[in-house]
Design a protein around this ligand. Structure first.
Ligand code: CO
Length: 135
C-alpha cells in the first residue's frame, strides 16, 4: 500500500550552494546530510510538514544525478512514495505492467530501503518507493 509522499527529490549542482535557499524558502533548517556511495550522491533533507525535500548532488560523473544535470537544469528529479511493504509493492507494480529499475530494494539515505520505477512506464515521472528500515 502506498501511504504518502515521503519526499520530493531535487537535483542540484551543489548542496552547499543551494541548501540556504531551501532553508529560507521553507523556514526550516536542513536536519540531515548523508552520502550514499552506492548511488554516487550526497543528500540533504529538510522537513515540510510530514514530508521532506531531498536535495541530491552528484559525487561522481557516473551518478544518475550527474547524467540528469547534463540534460536538464537542476530542479525536480523524483517523487518518493512511502509504502508499508516494499517487496509486495514491487511485485504488485510489476504485475500492473510497470518497469522496475530495481527488482529488489537497496539501501538508501535517511534509513530507508528504496527501489525506483522506470520513468518509461510512468509517463516520464521518476518514482521511488521507500520503506523505513527496521533492522
Ligand atoms: Co529520494
Amino acid at each position: 500500500m502506498v501511504k504518502q509522499i515521503e519526499h520530493l527529490g531535487i537535483a542540484v549542482e551543489s548542496i552547499d550552494a543551494t541548501v540556504k535557499t531551501f532553508e529560507a524558502l521553507l523556514g526550516t533548517e536542513c536536519y540531515k546530510e548523508e552520502m550514499v556511495e552506492s548511488e554516487g550522491v550526497r543528500t540533504a533533507f529538510l522537513m515540510v510538514g510530514t514530508s521532506k525535500i531531498e536535495l541530491l548532488e552528484a559525487t561522481n560523473e557516473n551518478s544518475a544525478i550527474a547524467k540528469y544535470l547534463q540534460k536538464n537544469r537542476g530542479g525536480f528529479h523524483h517523487v518518493a512514495f512511502e509504502v508499508d511493504d516494499i517487496e509486495a509493492e514491487l511485485k504488485r507494480l510489476e504485475g500492473e505492467g510497470f518497469q522496475l529499475i530495481h527488482q529488489t530494494p537497496k539501501g538508501g539515505a535517511d534509513n530507508k530501503r528504496i527501489a525506483f520505477l522506470h520513468p518509461k512506464s510512468t509517463h516520464g515521472l521518476l518514482v521511488e518507493l521507500c520503506q523505513e528500515r527496521t533492522d
